[in-house]
Design a protein around this ligand. Structure first.
Ligand SMILES: [Zn+2]
Length: 342
């Protein structure tokens, strides 16, 4: 990246109220058929514009064409029955009714490639595209076919690799895999989770990122966070193996979280997409607060490897709060850029 401290968001941005009910996850679409397709593209245009207006350097689609970061991808696969539902505990945290894996999984056609081409046509800036990671995918399903979390993860990794290769060909600069599960299932992450993720990025020439967070600012997550104590050391379990992995960028949560900043030492050498915006509060950070978080990270991350970002997606926030946070991120990064150049 030619610019110092290039800014980006972790993923989702709020949906306009004419497209889907705002400030809600899994919100139903308000349009149908061709109108829905056009509506999604218009929403993507709106958020591309807002990101540009705020001065965000690496832009995304804001996940405007998908209902949810995991389920929308899975909906496009064969082998999963969405009518057959079972209740499972997601990330050992909250119960949800999920679809069932009923046969061999496969990807009959690309999922997001047309959307990525659309974004590519509308900007010359670097673009980032998010996909769910294999472990987070299996954690959102009931598996009645493979009956092995690891086996299903390897199948998904191969499918994700097909999608990622097509996204790369469409001009995506950074492909990000969302793996909040990496903060929960430490033994599996180290046994096969990171290896499965490396399978998903096999052969890619574009940059690759893994996003590991403490989740959206929804109640199930904020309740869980209250049980984690005063120091959140979850990253310590997975960073050493990730440091050795083939992934280029590690995206993590930092602003207002109880993650000890010195854990960044464990991934020294990797690029770090650092969450300097809290997505679990409507309070908009001041540029100085953002700058402060970035300065702390610079003790452990070389300046040319620090990518200021948000803790997680902002889908559940209002549009005005999300825009305010984009501006704060940009302004905070600019403060530190000036300091570094001085
Ligand atoms: Zn996240």
């Amino acid at each position: 990246m030619s610019i110092l401290l290039p800014t980006s968001t972790a993923g989702s941005l709020p949906k306009p109220s004419w497209l889907a009910e705002p400030e809600k996850l899994w919100s139903a679409w308000k349009l149908q058929g061709d109108e829905l397709l056009e509506g999604k593209q218009d929403a993507l245009r709106v958020w591309l514009h807002e990101q540009q207006k705020a001065g965000i350097d690496i832009v995304s689609d804001g996940e405007q064409t998908r209902q949810h970061f995991v389920t929308t991808f899975i909906e496009h696969l064969e082998g999963v029955d969405f009518a057959k539902r079972e209740t499972v505990k997601i990330r050992n945290r909250y119960e949800a009714s999920v679809p069932t894996v009923v046969g061999a999984v496969s990807r009959p056609k690309s999922v997001f490639v047309e959307d990525a081409k659309f974004l590519r046509q509308h900007t010359t800036q670097p673009i980032k595209w998010a996909l769910p990671g294999p472990m987070t995918m299996i954690d959102t399903l009931y598996d009645a076919h493979y009956k092995s979390r690891e086996e299903l993860a390897w199948e998904f990794a191969a499918i994700l690799n097909q999608e990622a290769r097509e996204l790369e060909a469409a001009g995506v600069d950074i492909i990000q895999f969302d793996e909040p599960s990496f903060n929960v299932f430490f033994d599996e992450v180290n046994d096969w989770g990171i290896a499965a993720l490396e399978r998903a990025v096999e052969g890619l020439k574009c940059e690759t990122a893994v996003h590991i967070c403490y989740g959206y600012g929804i109640k199930a997550n904020t309740d869980w966070k209250k049980t984690l104590g005063s120091e959140w050391r979850q990253y310590e379990e997975v960073f050493p193996r990730l440091q050795q992995s083939s992934l280029d960028i590690i995206s993590l949560e930092c602003q207002n979280s109880h993650v000890p900043i010195d854990l960044l030492e464990l991934i020294r050498g990797k690029k770090v997409m650092l969450g300097a915006i809290d997505v679990a509060t409507n309070t908009i950070e001041t540029p100085e607060e953002v700058a402060d978080t970035l300065r702390k990270a610079l003790q452990f991350v070389d300046a040319d490897k620090l990518y200021p970002s948000t803790n997680c997606g902002m889908a559940p926030l209002s549009r005005s709060v999300a825009c305010g946070k984009l501006n704060a991120l940009s302004a905070g990064a600019e403060i530190v850029r000036r300091e570094l150049k001085a």
